[in-house]
Design a protein around this ligand. Structure first.
Ligand code: ATP
Ligand code: MG
Length: 655
């Protein structure tokens, strides 16, 4: 089934008057057009990332001019998924199928309709469908979503499947409990209860983080089981929310059911909404029984072109990621150009530039034959996508769009080629030394705009070393400086944003130390990244952390937050810092006088930092909060996974 067919079927199914599964209640949704991928009149949001985003005002109570049952396919773009592109299921641009009830129907209609759509319309085998529901939150008095679980059980029974309901809890629990959940050994769940981090929606996240007056509710996800073998790299046991690729999340029904009261309790909303979102490409992948979203029809011709002009095989593991990146990025770029975005160094334009340059780089890696102007490979890819999508999105059809799209891509390619040329000259110059120092790699990247991946690859071809760790350290410092710079620049408006990042930065220090306490002193930081939502640390350790170890680390960090340790910055001679055992970035070079941050003990001051009693000391330029008590919320590890041999990655939040 092509995505055009699936999209049409979905829109017809929800807009038609049929409704057998709900005991005769007619579906009758109004089809609304996709909102533009670039939000109108909203400078705070770069792109539309879901079908719900443009509908938020209506979900919050404003009447919608088209009524209270809506359906569409929304063009969505998620810049935050750019690093995920290359796996089997993430693309930056995708279409989200969505249907909404604004205070109208609820769980008893939504779940049967979606199930009927998947099984009877698309033809998915119900034996391959697994679902999740909200386990409940005793502390906050939100009940378990037994209604959804019961509806699911009946739906499966209708297909002759005895669906067992079981509890998981957190994602971490899932890796321990597997498909059995908490059923007796040997049995298999089909309907799984997960906690609020997986099955709860509100704009503020989990129930305890919601302010008074905020609506939220449980959600219920549907997963397709491709039956591929579990990859233990992700955890001991496989479960529906496992990231190994066996299960693909194809849709999520959010039930906006509650509102939080000033006393912290949850009461039913007077008007309850349904917000459903499902990935069109992923449903198509399920329909063809292939877990690779890049194997669906819209990508076939583009990938075919790339195969033809590169002579490489898509199934070759050395090249598959590059095939996927070029195909994904060119599709996204085509839609962005149509929406009026042009390559530049800021905001949306920067995202587009990054997509085009990354695509160019990976096309080069594939070794595709170069063409000029309209014959450029990237232009050909874009033209392919215009062809594929112009029926569903007529805005792509105009001659104007065709001309500007192809012109802009070629212009950017040429400019990037110049950049690369200058970078190549510089590379050849510094490569004469027989190795590439961190300074050289840094200058190549920042001054010449020469991608670090290219430096690595060229060095590899010539058999010379690159100081990768030193480069990572230099980049980290560079980012910190520019972050500090932009904090100055935006003081006021974005103050809150930088505060969040600063808090997570301090939490990062607590986390590294806690990891060393629990896993041993040989744990070293190997990379890090902090956004205003979460922190990420890569560290050396050779096996997956157990659930107990994760819990212990969380406990230590939360204890240190509760202890209200002073955070003290001191500038001291490098030797002295080293003697104190201050953590430093692997391979980084430091000046004679260094800045260190120490956390604790209580009572320590700038004049008397009591380094010997500090909980943690790190070489660091900051910025940090001045006391750990400013880390509002509970420290929580969301993910612990492998990134490379001997290197683990943790993502954590203050929630
Ligand atoms: P995932 O955990 O797989 O990244 P998500 O939790 O971010 O998914 P939602 O925000 O619930 O997904 O979005 C609704 C639906 O959109 C998902 O069920 C999925 O089918 C689809 N979807 C989300 N992100 C992507 C993506 N990057 N590429 C393709 N489809 C996606
Ligand atoms: Mg996601």
């Amino acid at each position: 089934m092509t995505i055009n067919e699936i999209r049409t079927k979905y829109l017809e199914f929800f807009s038609s008057k049929g409704g057998s599964a709900s005991g005769g209640k007619a579906r009758g949704h109004t089809i609304i057009p996709s909102a533009p991928i670039v939000p109108q009149n909203d400078p705070t949001t770069l792109f539309t990332g879901s079908g719900m985003q443009p509908l938020v005002p209506y979900l919050l109570g404003e009447p919608h001019p088209k009524g209270n049952r809506l359906v569409n396919s929304q063009k969505s773009f998620r810049a935050e998924d750019i690093e995920e592109v290359g796996d089997n299921r993430h693309t930056t641009f995708f279409e989200m199928l969505g249907n909404w009830s604004l205070g109208d129907y609820f769980k008893k209609e939504q779940l049967p309709w979606f199930f009927e759509f998947l099984t009877d319309e698309i033809g998915l085998d119900p034996k391959n469908l697994y679902v999740t529901a909200f386990i409940g939150d005793e502390k906050n008095n939100v009940p378990r979503d037994t209604e959804s679980a019961e509806v699911w059980q009946q739906l499966f029974a209708g297909k002759g499947i005895e669906a067992e309901i079981t509890e998981i809890g957190s994602e971490q629990d899932g890796y321990r409990l597997g498909m059995t959940g908490r059923l007796p050994a040997g049995r298999q769940g089909r309907i799984f209860y997960y906690d609020a981090r997986k099955n709860w929606w509100s704009r503020a996240g989990v129930p305890e983080n919601m302010p008074a007056g905020e609506p939220g509710g449980p959600d219920s996800e549907v997963f397709y089981d491709f039956g591929t073998p579990h990859d233990p790299k992700f955890g001991a046991e496989c479960h529906p929310n496992c990231d190994c690729g066996r299960f693909l999340e194809i849709g999520n029904s959010v039930f906006m059911q509650y509102i939080k009261q000033a006393d912290g309790s949850f009461t039913l909303l007077p008007k309850q909404n349904v917000d459903f979102g499902g990935g069109l490409e992923r449903i198509a992948a399920a329909a063809q029984g292939n877990p690779d979203v890049f194997a669906i029809d819209v990508f076939a011709d583009t990938i075919g072109l790339l195969i033809h002009f590169s002579g490489k095989e898509y199934t070759d593991s050395r090249y598959q990621r590059s095939f996927r990146i070029v195909a994904d990025h060119m599709r996204a770029a085509t839609f962005m150009l149509e929406a009026g975005v042009r390559p530049s160094n800021t905001d949306r334009g920067y995202v587009l530039r990054r997509l085009l340059r990354r695509a160019a780089q990976h096309a080069q890696k594939l070794g595709v034959e170069h063409g000029e102007g309209k014959d450029s490979m990237l232009v050909k890819c874009a033209v392919e996508f215009i062809e594929k999508y112009k029926q569903a999105y007529p805005e792509l059809q105009s001659e104007d769009v065709y001309e500007t799209t192809t012109d802009e891509i070629w212009k950017e390619e040429k400019q990037f080629a110049h950049t690369l040329e200058d970078g190549m000259k510089e590379f050849e110059k510094v490569a004469k030394a027989g190795h590439i120092s961190s300074d050289d790699a840094f200058v190549l990247f920042t001054t010449f705009g020469f991608p670090f991946e290219m430096t690595l690859e060229l060095a590899h071809e010539r058999g010379i070393d690159v100081d990768e760790d030193g480069f990572a350290a230099a980049m980290k410092k560079h980012r910190e400086l520019s972050r500090a710079g932009s904090e100055q620049k935006f003081k006021g408006g974005l103050a809150d944003t930088s505060e969040k990042t600063t808090r997570l930065h301090t939490a990062h220090h607590l986390l590294l130390k806690a990891l060393q306490v629990v896993l041993g002193p040989s744990v070293k930081q190997r990379g890090s990244n902090i956004t205003q939502e979460r922190l990420r640390i890569d560290f050396s350790y050779s096996s997956k952390m157990t659930v107990e170890q994760v819990a212990q680390v969380e406990e230590i960090v939360n204890e240190k937050i509760a202890e209200a340790l002073p955070v003290i910055r001191s500038t001291i001679p490098k030797e002295e810092a080293e003697k104190l055992g201050a953590e430093h970035e692997f391979g980084a070079k430091y000046p004679d006088m260094v800045s260190v941050y120490s956390l604790g003990p209580v009572g320590a001051t700038m004049d008397d930092p009591q380094f010997d009693k500090a909980f943690s000391i790190e070489f660091c330029g900051g910025p940090h909060v001045s006391n750990t008590s400013e880390l509002i919320g509970t420290f929580k590890i969301q993910k612990e996974e492998a990134v490379a041999a001997g290197i683990r990655r943790i993502k954590a939040v203050l929630q």
